[in-house]
Design a binder for this molecule. Sequence first.
Ligand code: PNS
Length: 162
Amino acid sequence: MIAIYPGSFDPITLGHLDIIKRGGNLFDRVIVAVLRNPNKNPLFTMEERMLQIQEATAHLDNVEVDTFTGLTVTYAHLKQAKVLIRGLRAVSDFELELQMAHTNKTLANDIETVFLSTSNEYSFLSSSVVREIARFGGAIDHLVTPEVAIALRQKFQDFKAS
Ligand code: PNS
C-alpha cells in the first residue's frame, strides 16, 4: 500500500523524520510530498527542501520525495495512494488535523488519513519553532539533521550579511 506524507517541510525536522520512518514500517511505499504553495513565502526553496528530505531519508529504501500543487487527494489519486499520513503532537493539533481529514474524506472517500502520534521527545517540535530558534542563534542540533542545521545557520548568516 502506498502512503503520502504531505507537508511544507520548511525545513524537515527530526519529528517529521520520526513519522517518515514509522510510516515506512507500516506501508510498502511512503511518498514525502512537499506542497508548492503560492500563498506561502518559505524560508527554503522547494529545491532546498526536497534535497534536505532526500538526504535525511536516503537510508530508507521505501521512501521517496516529490512535490505537488493543488489538492493533496488529487495528488494521492495520481500516485495511486490510499493513505495520507499526518503526525499528531498534542491536542492542539487535533482540531485542524481532524478538519483536514474530514475535508479530504468528503473530497475522496477512498483515501484514509492515518494519524501517527509524534514520539514524546518531539512533541514540542515544529518547523516554525526550529526557524525561530535558528533566527536568534539558538541550538538546533538536537532538532534537525546536521545538513539542515548547517543550512539554517547559513540562511540566517546570509540574511544578516545582506
Ligand atoms: O506541513 P503543513 O503545512 O502542516 O502541511 C499542510 C498540508 C500541506 C498537508 C495541507 O495544507 C494540504 O493538504 N494542502 C493542500 C491543499 C488541500 O488539499 N486542501 C484540502 C485539505 S484541507
